[in-house]
Structures are given as structure tokens and as C-alpha cells.
Design a protein around this ligand. Structure first.
Ligand code: MG
Length: 162
């Protein structure tokens, strides 16, 4: 069984993962209004992934004889200035999530909670990939600036995400 404190922190992390999912769903909605269906597709996929992250912690709490206590999900931003602004926000949000996972890892090490540490190893690696993916798209959007052809080219590429 994990500590009470760890169970609380994991519940907070469930909320952050679901907030991430909600954020990306809101970004998908924005892209749909812009006619950028490839970007919307990418964000819908991302929203599903974040929900799955939340569910990993949800299931883990029961594996450790603890319970999930769901908290209110904050409203995500609903308007964005541009595709670039969306990916700047995505990158900074993922950095925030990484910091949260690192804090959980520090607590697991402090408590000699090796089971949770091993669970968190996966998330530490996942965050490297999340940040890299957001940075890659952000950098290409910076290159194309307001060029519609450039944005449509990236849109077509993002439509292929599976
Ligand atoms: Mg996540």
C-alpha cells in the first residue's frame, strides 16, 4: 500500500491529466473552427492520450488499495490567437506536467516507494516525448509564420497521426 500523502498526490495528478485532456480537446475545437482538421485530429488524439494517462493513475490507486477521488476540472482556454500560440501553450503546459511528475518522483524516492517510482519511470520518459513533439511542431510553425501554404502543409502532415 502506498502512503496517504502519495495517494493524494496521485489524485491531484489524475486531475492534471484530465485537465490536459480537456485543454487539448478545447484546442481541437479551436482548430475545427479554423478549418484546420489535421491540427484538430492531432489534438483529439492528444486528448485521448491524456485521458489514458489519467486512467493509469486511477487504476494504480486501486492496485495499491487506495481510491480515486475525482476533483473539479478547471476550464481550459477556449480562444487562441494562432496555431503558433496553441503550440506555445502546449509546450509550456507539458513542461508544467513534467515538473509535476518530477515532484511525484521525488516523493516516491523520499518514501522509498519503489512501486510508484517504477510507474513514474514510464511517465518521465513519456514527458520527454511530449515536450519534443510539441517543440517540433512549434518550431515549424515559427518557420512558416503566417504563410497559409506552410500551415496547410503541416495540417496535412498532422492529419496522418495514428
Ligand atoms: Mg499526460
Amino acid at each position: 500500500m502506498i502512503s496517504e500523502k502519495m495517494a493524494q498526490r496521485l489524485n491531484d495528478q489524475i486531475n492534471l491529466e484530465f485537465f490536459s485532456s480537456y485543454t487539448y480537446l478545447s484546442m481541437a475545437a479551436y482548430f475545427k473552427t479554423q478549418g484546420l482538421n489535421g491540427f484538430a485530429h492531432w489534438m483529439l488524439h492528444q486528448a485521448d492520450e491524456e485521458r489514458a494517462h489519467g486512467m493509469k493513475f486511477f487504476e494504480y490507486l486501486y492496485d495499491q488499495d487506495r481510491s480515486a477521488v475525482l476533483q473539479a476540472i478547471k476550464q481550459p482556454h477556449t480562444t487562441f490567437a494562432s496555431a503558433l500560440a496553441v503550440f506555445e501553450e502546449t509546450l509550456s503546459h507539458e513542461k508544467h506536467v513534467t515538473a509535476s511528475i518530477v515532484e511525484l518522483m521525488s516523493l516516491a524516492l523520499e518514501e522509498k516507494d519503489h512501486a510508484t517510482r517504477i510507474l513514474l519511470d514510464w511517465f518521465i520518459n513519456e514527458q520527454v516525448e511530449e515536450e519534443a513533439a510539441a517543440r517540433d511542431i512549434r518550431d515549424r510553425l515559427k518557420l512558416v509564420k503566417d504563410n497559409a501554404m506552410g500551415i496547410l502543409l503541416i495540417d496535412r502532415e498532422l492529419a496522418a497521426r495514428t
